[in-house]
Design a protein around this ligand. Sequence first.
Ligand code: SAM
Length: 237
Amino acid sequence: MYEREPGIERLYPSIFGRMATRYYYLRQLRQAIEDVIRDFVAKSPRKLVLADYGCGNKPYEPLIAPFVEKYIGIDLAVNKIADIHISPEGQIELPEKSLDVVLSTQVLEHVVNPGEYLSEAHRVLKDDGQLILSTHGYWMFHPDPTDFWRWTSTGLRKVVTEAGFEVIHFKGIIGRSAMGLQLFQDGITFVIPRIARPVLAMIIQPLIMLFDKLPSQAGKDQDACTFILVAKKRVKQ
Ligand SMILES: C[S@@+](CC[C@H](N)C(=O)[O-])C[C@H]1O[C@@H](n2cnc3c(N)ncnc32)[C@H](O)[C@@H]1O
């Protein structure tokens, strides 16, 4: 299930490859992650220890590893490439205040209890630590191993703030009409023969790209396919 090859495909999808139906989205997500790593991790005066919390097949490790002292992959016990496993009670097997950055990409929608997941990130972060998190606004159902939540921009800010963080950067990726096309494409993709899917993607993906550039997409920090945020740990007095 967790192999390196799909991670690379996720990072650099080809319009002709297996990830063609996610071509535009995955490129936008990678760019957004590169931007926050550049602005909030690489610019730090000291090299930071970063944990990828729900790392999957570690698709973003190659983007991050050059800028950190250490990259640690954390995941459920089923993920054999994770460096640290989460206990059955949901705890990260690390002492409190041991990390500079917790990265969480496309995990929050899968966790049973988002508040507990975020509180655990808060516990393992140092007092000046940062959470970098991306998760879905509009997206199709995709269990891994479960799929529970979708977020509005205000709902996501609320759950992160209530877990003890201050949001300092917040960005939406892919606005309404482009996202509508993505969902339209997904609605068709899984009912047509596999061989026809890249052809459909080659028609729809450029349209998604075009619609995402329209001025009407300006409100995407409120309404988007995916949100990415950076939050500082608030220290309880
Ligand atoms: C959609 S994958 C995302 C993987 C990777 N972060 C990425 O961006 O490709 C969701 C990941 O969340 C992990 N996960 C699910 N529930 C979790 C939990 N309670 N705590 C930590 N990770 C969890 C899954 O094992 C899976 O690796």
